[in-house]
Design a binder for this molecule. Structure first.
Ligand SMILES: Cc1ncc(C[n+]2csc(CCOP(=O)(O)OP(=O)(O)O)c2C)c(N)n1
Ligand SMILES: [Mg+2]
Length: 629
């Protein structure tokens, strides 16, 4: 076993080129040091005989430590949850059986732009070369089947050797960091133990791809469109400018409002600070910038901010949100990727001539493309333009006339929600509506909220989150049960936040075993199990009373004790009325050093309105095409 020694965490002075192999320093140590340099201090997984050697190195490492989960799917979800908070995560599984159990999680990381390293321990090079029928192989002597499978769901892959390890580890880790997608490393038992040199230099810093010329062209075109939007608001007309702005004209008479629709890629591209700066910029007439997010990206904005309208869901949006976004005179789409479940099945509706679209590495104004332009740079340019337009005296004078339409819309949405929550008597049986408004009322600034892909995700979609809440969901990959193990990784990555899990009874049955891991690690989440007696989302789409939408009824409040024999201070309770839920959530908040499980019992066919709209659209999308006339 190597000796415990300090690992370089950044541009460390220890990283000196060309020094001789350090005694006992191996390829595995090199990999772990690089992970530590990227800020990874946990590796999740399940041991196997092809990984035991490398696990010894993890045990000995001064920064990176091992988190054993009950199964590899849980490890993959946990690594994903960790990466969503830290930017990059890691899981380690054994050849074949282990790695394939994690494939669903890794594919989810790929779909949702999450950078995770999947490290797989393989049989020794000699054993592979002999082509024997080794355990965990298909028995045909081909040890690349699973590598090839993983190539479909990872951005970079490598089979490490004694000579390529430094270049290949760096290449794969940089691809993960830069592209926010998973990568795959196959490490044979003997290669992991080969003598190695520590990294000769820190990994190169992130490179900005923006071309100054493209950025200038984008700025000119964006200024024309934004200035045009302002003048539309005061009844004027603006002609498109020349050069890069040509073709961007005034579209129609309107309210002269600039709005922003932001999404997940703002977070993945590290552009939240630039987005917040933009949103803090008043509209040219002094009003706050109206803004919304898709449900996928709701973590990127402060939902308590004055200009925040709510979640945009295409035709399933609340009317104020839909109007605020779709009828804006200039609409900035920041890092938006429309998916079926976050756009009301692609029912978003914009006039392209009014849209400024910012993608990760290019931007467009009224359909005219500029690139390469990185998202943070484009956001910075837009903030500057809006600031200078606001400084224009003619527009500023307009502020007095402009009713604070945005704030009024936002206030009316909040008022509606508050009336709903305060008028429900405490003895009233729990409904979906009451459940989510009570959960929302129990949230505190800075909480870490994970909502699984059932009624939980969509029920919370209509609720406003307090300042600083990090909200995690998985609406594109939409693998039920994901959030329960993801909470483990996210909570370890952000220990200062109280984790709150909102998950359906059906979803929880897929990954509930990791409640044991949570308690073993001493985590203290609030776990709300929505007991609606089965797969309510599916009932809403098809087969409301079909047997295939039923599940085994579990004794939820007894479960934690069964999964953690030595756990102290467990808090579990069952709530069937509004009053019981309110009290349960208060007690769960107070029990802040132990896992608190609240079983919330709601009717099996009750669905949040947002989900009803999406389920109807899903049923239409899945229906057989009508016969040709
Ligand atoms: C891994 C996986 N298997 C199956 C599905 C299909 N599916 C989507 S939602 C759902 C039911 C969810 O039920 P539950 O977690 O109880 O949530 P509810 O809608 O009842 O609140 C199922 C089976 C899926 N999305 N992911
Ligand atoms: Mg259910």
């Amino acid at each position: 076993m190597p000796e415990r020694r300090p690992a370089p965490t950044s541009a460390s002075a220890e990283l000196s080129a060309g020094h001789p192999p350090t005694a006992g320093y191996t390829v595995t140590d090199y990999l772990l040091d690089r992970l530590a340099e990227l800020g990874v201090d946990r590796v999740f997984g399940v041991p196997g005989d092809f990984t035991l050697g490398l696990l010894d190195h993890i045990e000995a490492h001064s920064v990176v430590s091992w988190v054993g989960t009950a199964n590899e799917l849980g490890a993959g979800y946990a690594a994903d949850g960790y990466a969503r908070l830290r930017g990059i995560g890691a899981l380690c599984t054994t050849f074949g059986v282990g790695e394939l159990s994690a494939v669903n999680a890794v594919a989810g990381s790929y779909a949702e732009h999450v950078g995770v390293l999947h490290l797989v321990g393989a049989p020794s090079q000699a054993a592979q070369a002999a082509g024997r029928a080794l355990h965990h192989s298909l028995g045909d002597g081909d040890f690349r089947h699973f590598y090839r499978m993983s190539a479909e769901i990872t951005v970079a892959q490598a089979v490490l050797t004694a000579t390529n390890y430094a270049a290949e580890i760096d290449r794969v880790l940089l691809a993960i960091r830069e592209q926010h997608l998973p990568g795959y490393l196959l490490l044979a038992t003997d290669v992991g133990e080969v003598d190695a040199q520590p990294p000769a230099a820190p990994l190169p810093a992130h490179r900005d791809l923006t071309s100054p010329g493209a950025l200038a062209g984008f700025a000119e075109a964006a200024r024309v469109l934004l200035a045009g939007a302002v003048c539309v608001g005061v009844g004027g007309t603006v002609q498109a400018g020349a050069g890069a702005g040509a073709g961007v004209g005034v579209r129609r008479a309107g309210v002269g409002r600039v709005a922003v629709l932001a999404d997940l890629l703002v977070h993945r591209l590290g552009a939240e600070a630039e987005l917040h700066e933009l949103l803090a910029t008043a509209q040219p007439d002094g009003r706050p910038l109206a803004h919304a997010t898709l449900l996928w990206g709701r973590r990127v904005v402060d939902e308590s901010a004055p200009g925040y309208l709510g979640a945009y869901e295409g035709s399933a949006s609340a009317p104020a949100v839909r109007h605020g976004i779709e009828d804006a005179d200039a609409l900035i789409l920041a890092g938006v990727q429309f998916t079926d479940l976050t756009s009301g099945f692609f029912s978003q509706h914009f006039d392209d001539s009014r849209v400024i679209r910012l993608d990760p590495h290019r931007a467009s104004v009224a359909g005219i493309e500029f690139g390469p332009v990185d998202l943070p740079d484009a956001l910075g340019v837009l903030s500057g333009i809006l600031r200078s337009l606001a400084a224009n005296a003619a527009n500023a004078a307009n502020a007095a006339n402009a009713a604070n339409e945005v704030a009024a819309m936002a206030a009316s949405a909040v008022a509606g929600a508050e009336v709903a929550s305060t008028t429900v008597a405490s003895g009233t049986p729990l409904s979906q509506a009451a459940l989510w408004s009570e959960v929302a009322a129990a949230l505190r600034p800075g909480d870490l909220v994970l909502a699984d892909q059932g009624t939980s995700f969509y029920g919370m979609g209509a609720e406003r989150l307090p300042h600083g809440v990090v909200f995690v969901g998985q609406p594109l990959w939409a693998s039920i049960g994901y959030t329960l193990p993801a909470l483990i990784g996210a909570a370890l990555a952000a220990p200062e936040r109280r984790p709150i899990l909102l998950i359906g009874d059906g979803a929880a049955q897929l990954t509930a075993v990791e409640l044991g891991t949570m308690m073993r690690l001493g985590l203290a989440p609030i776990v709300v199990i929505v007991n609606n007696d089965g797969y309510t989302v599916e009932r809403a789409i098809h087969g409301p009373t079909a047997r295939y939408n039923d599940i085994a009824p579990w004794n939820w409040t007894a479960l934690p004790a069964a999964l953690a024999r030595d756990a102290r201070d467990l808090f579990t309770t069952r709530a069937s009325t509004v009053g019981e839920l309110r009290a349960a959530l208060e007690d769960a908040r107070a029990a802040d050093s132990a896992l608190a499980l609240v079983e919330a019992v709601v009717p099996r066919l009750d669905v949040p309105p947002l989900l009803a709209a999406i389920a109807a659209a899903a049923a239409r999308a899945n229906a057989p095409a009508p016969p040709a006339p």
